[in-house]
Design a protein around this ligand. Structure first.
Ligand SMILES: [Zn+2]
Length: 147
């Protein structure tokens, strides 16, 4: 069974009861998070999402409300004892953007595996799950995902 949760449905700014956009998907014990704006780790905990199951982050684009929460979430995972790699997929430039964000949290107890997608329609498999990424129209390069 696939479980889907929308811990955040807000716009640019996190509000007390409306966090920035994020989507949590669980399938056979593996959790996927799409986008990670500021405070996403708080929204996930409030929604009851089991962070220990998070294996993959899919980033749609590099506007702050979709990625600025990465240092907080990745630090929280480390504080909860994560010691296995996490995979992050997103548009080209993902590794550089993440490295910039993580200068404030440089020492995680696990590694990050990056998968940069070129913006063209692309199929890929991770964790025995089939994904497709596709270009979306936005002001900056932006990807949509089919799982
Ligand atoms: Zn945007």
């Amino acid at each position: 069974m696939v479980e889907i949760c929308l811990p955040g449905t807000g716009g640019m700014l996190p509000l007390e009861n409306r966090w920035t956009a994020s989507c949590w998907i669980e399938f056979q014990g593996t959790a996927i998070l799409i986008d990670c704006g500021e405070g996403t780790q708080i929204a996930l905990k409030k929604a009851g999402c089991r962070l220990s199951r998070l294996a993959l982050l899919l980033i749609t684009h590099f506007h702050a409300d979709h990625i600025a929460g990465l240092p907080g979430l990745l630090l929280t995972l480390g504080n909860y004892g994560k010691n296995t790699p996490i995979t992050i997929a997103g548009p080209a430039g993902l590794e550089q953007v993440t490295a910039s964000l993580m200068t404030i949290a440089p020492n995680l107890p696990y590694s990050i595996i990056f998968k940069e997608l070129d913006g063209k329609n692309q199929d890929f498999d991770l964790f025995s799950i089939c994904f497709s990424s596709m270009h979306l129209k936005h002001r900056i390069p932006c990807l949509g995902y089919r799982i």
